[in-house]
Design a protein around this ligand. Structure first.
Ligand SMILES: Nc1ncnc2c1ncn2[C@@H]1O[C@H](COP(=O)(O)OP(=O)(O)OP(=O)(O)O)[C@@H](O)[C@H]1O
Ligand SMILES: [Mg+2]
Length: 164
């Protein structure tokens, strides 16, 4: 497992780091989705990370928190950056989940959550713990922790070995 721990000092810096992460990772989506779990308390910066991530892929539109809708979908075909176009042979979809409001993990199954995990999908999930047992394993974990200074966060991006 590889890890990239980093102290971020503002929301702007966290967005910037997420943007750089999105631009750097290889999007190898030919056979399976890319799954990113976002872990951290309320207000830690998970949605902020998603905004930066989408912007790093070239998306320029509005990013809304899926707090009430559970999921927001993004089609980035028209925005996608030239230098990552080659990684993405076909159209890809980004799904951003916030499962905080699920009343039980079974509800995730009932909403057909697995349908979102198709081979052309990048799936970012806030509060994956709420659907424990009903989600595919993650490729990446982004853990964000508060630090004593209100503006500082410790963000750790971990690559997860799917065979573990
Ligand atoms: N270093 C920082 N990184 C990220 N956000 C920060 C930082 N410092 C302060 N903030 C503020 O913390 C808040 C983070 O909100 P955000 O919606 O990203 O959290 P979240 O983890 O998605 O919470 P929730 O679980 O409620 O969805 C924002 O208001 C942001 O301005
Ligand atoms: Mg959020």
């Amino acid at each position: 497992m590889s890890e990239w721990p980093q102290v971020v000092q503002s929301p702007e810096e966290l967005m910037q780091r997420a943007k750089a992460f999105a631009a750097k990772i290889r999007l190898n989506l030919s056979q399976k989705p890319m799954v990113i779990y976002l872990l951290g308390e309320l207000g830690a910066g998970k949605t902020t990370f998603c905004k930066g991530f989408l912007s790093g892929l070239g998306y320029q539109g509005l990013v809304k928190s899926p707090t009430y809708t559970l999921v927001e979908s993004y089609d980035i075909k028209d925005d996608i950056k030239d230098d990552i176009k080659d990684d993405i042979k076909d159209d890809i979809k980004i799904y951003h989940f916030d499962l905080y409001r699920l009343s039980s993990p079974l509800e995730a199954e009932e909403m057909g959550i697995l349908d979102y995990f198709h081979a052309k999908a990048i799936v970012l999930i806030e509060w994956p713990e709420k659907a424990k047992g009903f989600l595919p394993k993650e490729d990446w974990q982004v853990c964000i922790d508060f630090q004593e200074n209100n503006l500082h966060r410790l963000m750790n991006i971990k690559k997860i070995n799917q065979n573990d």
